[in-house]
Ligand binder design. Structure first.
Ligand SMILES: [Zn+2]
Length: 58
């Protein structure tokens, strides 16, 4: 099986993405604890999950 691999933008650690992963799904990096969000699947794009209590400064 070709499990999709993603790379944590914080620590660079790799983890596998479940086949049924959907856009907007939240993930936790097991290595650094970063909260990640699936931004798109094709191409695969992983970003930081929005932090509700933080000001993005936009
Ligand atoms: Zn990480």
């Amino acid at each position: 099986m070709d499990a999709t691999k993603i790379e944590c933008p914080d620590c660079g650690g790799h983890k596998e993405l479940a086949p049924q992963t959907e856009i907007g799904q939240l993930l936790n990096c097991a290595d650094c604890g970063a909260r990640l969000e699936v931004l798109s699947l094709s191409p695969l794009n992983i970003g930081h999950a929005p932090q509700i209590e933080e000001d993005f400064g936009e």
